[in-house]
Ligand binder design. Structure first.
Ligand code: PDD
Length: 287
């Protein structure tokens, strides 16, 4: 089935959606994005993603060219026409396509933003092999820029990190800065020790994950102790459990770090419980 995608006000077959070679997303990675997961044909945590999108745009002096309700309608329409049951909606907004390449931002009145949305169908996403067995990660230096709280489309280093993990026979990489884990290449990172859930606090160093916020809320509601502080790879290797969260992986156990097994090398009870609570609650609240 040819996907229907959204581009600047139009719903088009994916093969007909074209963006200018002068688009600043293409030339300068001057754009932001969001990935909202879809479960049972409904959007998970749309509100959180809409709020973070607005924040990313504001930080980059860009204006959201659509209202929150228009955004929601576009998400829903794409899910409907593409018959997505499980998967996600990708949204990207760039600073548009000026007449020529220039480092200086174009006047937004003359150069409207480019808005792209498309769906990704992933049937059975909640029953993935990664969820059952857990994933293996390697550690790499965090070489990204200093505003990781803004969800920009500058994904070259995270992409290289995934390739380094793949070359090492692993699934992903945790990035380390000044001796402490920042986050995964496309997810937030956690460890569990003596029942305590430990994860780095929010700052410009990491993306403020929407799944993270939900999972920490559910953990507190379930009387689980959460500590927001830095941790090292060594501490993670000696933890009882480790896991990641993201809109595409939900809560997923990490069972090996740099070749060192975590616990008995299988997904532990805390991450399994959080995954179950997260999926149950997300399904209930999805719109
Ligand atoms: N990535 N940290 C980074 C660097 C991320 O790229 C992501 C999400 C997260 C988790 O955020 P959230 O819970 O809001 O998905 C943390 C998306 C899924 C992606 O790039 O595909």
């Amino acid at each position: 089935m040819t996907r229907t995608v959204y581009l600047n006000g139009d719903y088009l077959p994916e093969t007909e959606a074209k963006v200018s070679i002068f688009d600043r997303g293409f030339l300068m990675a001057d754009g932001v994005y969001e990935v909202t997961s879809v479960l049972d044909g409904k959007l998970v945590d749309f509100e959180g993603h809409a709020v973070r999108l607005q924040r990313s745009l504001t930080e980059l002096d860009m204006e959201l060219p659509l209202t929150r309700d228009e955004l929601l309608d576009i998400h829903r329409e794409l899910v409907r026409v593409n018959e997505v049951v499980d998967g996600g909606v990708y949204l990207q907004i760039t600073r548009g396509a000026p007449a020529d390449r220039d480092f200086v931002f174009p006047d937004p009145k003359e150069t409207p933003c480019t808005v792209v949305l498309f769906t990704q169908s992933k049937p059975g996403i909640t029953e993935s092999a990664a969820a059952k067995t857990g994933i293996k990660v390697i550690s790499i230096d965090d070489m990204r820029w200093g505003r990781r709280d803004i969800k920009t489309v500058q994904l070259l280093y995270p992409s290289m990190g995934k390739m380094m993990a793949k070359a090492a026979g692993c699934d992903d990489a945790w990035m380390v800065e000044d001796g402490f884990v920042t986050e995964g290449t496309s997810n937030n990172a956690y460890i569990v020790k003596n029942g305590k859930i430990i994860t780095r606090g929010l700052s410009n160093d990491i993306l403020h994950g929407i799944t993270r916020a939900a999972v920490l809320r559910f953990a507190a509601e379930a009387q689980m102790e959460v500590v927001e502080r830095n941790f090292t790879i060594e501490e993670a290797q000696n933890a009882d459990e480790a896991f990641i969260t993201s809109a595409t992986m939900f809560v997923n156990a990490v069972v090996e770090i740099d070749g060192h097994k975590i616990g008995d090398g299988t997904p532990g009870p805390v991450s399994a419980r959080l995954r179950e609570i997260y999926l149950d609650e997300s399904r209930k609240a999805a719109i």
